[in-house]
Design a protein. Structure first.
Length: 135
């Protein structure tokens, strides 16, 4: 899929068929992101959904923060999000299942668990964001 994204950005050096296939793939990938008219609105929407997923999973002492800069991958933009919470295996696995159920493009950058009491979880995610053009 990444090759197709790269091809979509190099229209002049690929055949028409390759370029069309790459653009179809990018269109499908764009459906995997949260839609918003601006980065700040997208960040709020993503943080709200992550908060709902984390609470439904049973995580406690939840703190969610978004990096202000987007991470770019081809034509896709990703918001980097950090989630901190108290750790337990049951809630953590429910949280991962909740992320999976979104059917959105999510890259898990890191997962760390500290041994301090209470045991703390830190998850860093890149979440796909599709910026809509104003009509």
């Amino acid at each position: 899929r990444l090759q197709l994204i790269e091809l979509a950005g190099r229209q002049n050096s690929v055949s028409t068929d390759q370029w069309l296939e790459a653009n179809k793939a990018v269109g499908r990938l764009n459906g995997w992101g949260w839609k918003a008219r601006s980065v700040p609105i997208g960040q709020v929407l993503i943080e709200q959904q992550l908060s709902e997923i984390a609470m439904a999973a049973g995580l406690t002492a939840i703190d969610i923060s978004a990096n202000k800069e987007l991470v770019r991958l081809g034509q896709l933009s990703f918001v980097r999000i950090q989630i901190n919470a108290d750790f337990n295996w049951t809630s953590f696995t429910r949280f991962l299942r909740g992320l999976d159920k979104t059917n959105k493009a999510i890259v898990i950058r890191s997962i760390s668990v500290t041994g301090d009491m209470p045991v703390k979880l830190q998850v860093v995610l890149d979440m796909a964001l599709n910026l809509e053009k104003p009509r």
